[in-house]
Design a protein around this ligand. Sequence first.
Ligand code: GAR
Length: 219
Amino acid sequence: MCESSPAGGAAGPLSILALVSGNGTNLQALIDAEKAGLFCTPGGRGALSLVISDRPGVYALERAGAAGIPFLVEAPSPDAPKAGKRQELSDRLLGRARERGIGLIILAGFLSILEGKIVDEYAGRIINLHPALLPKYGGEGMYGSRVHRAVLAAGETESGCTVHLADAGTDTGPILLQRRVPVLDNDTAEILAGRIHREEHIAIVEAAVLMIRRLCGGG
Ligand code: GAR
């Protein structure tokens, strides 16, 4: 049933846009999962059809290119007024998503914050990956190694990752799934990040499959 259409949608697979900002190991996990057939669900298939980075020159774009997925850079505009920067970038991304008939947006290590129309228009169809057990250690300024440093400084014995639906807040939408790891005595932020990264690669794929099933109507 891999070639069936998303429920109620136009012919063809559910088009997925991945937004990235860096190395793209989570993007790679998604690419590998699609290649392995995991995005084929009883109701329809998901397909990575566009990758957009908010930074030029990041390795994630090379991964997209090597996999034959079209990619673009949409960086925050240096001309937009500071207060409107997020909105301006979000609207540009919305334009790209509409243009390509995107049905699902995956923030796979994306460090800009989306706001405005894209969040409304894609409500229930944007998922975000965060390197901590939300609602702890999320929100403005909590990304990458800052999160792990805060977890260590607080003396937590457990951390992990979360995939959630994006809403108008920062790291606040309904949680789809979490994976947990222990925090060990001699952990540095880098060691903890590496342990969490391995779980993220599983979580992002599980969440993508869950969303493809949901949006393609296959249960
Ligand atoms: C991941 O750890 C992801 O959770 C984090 O950026 C990293 C990207 O790694 N995202 C955030 O901190 C968003 N708040 P990757 O480029 O190797 O996929």
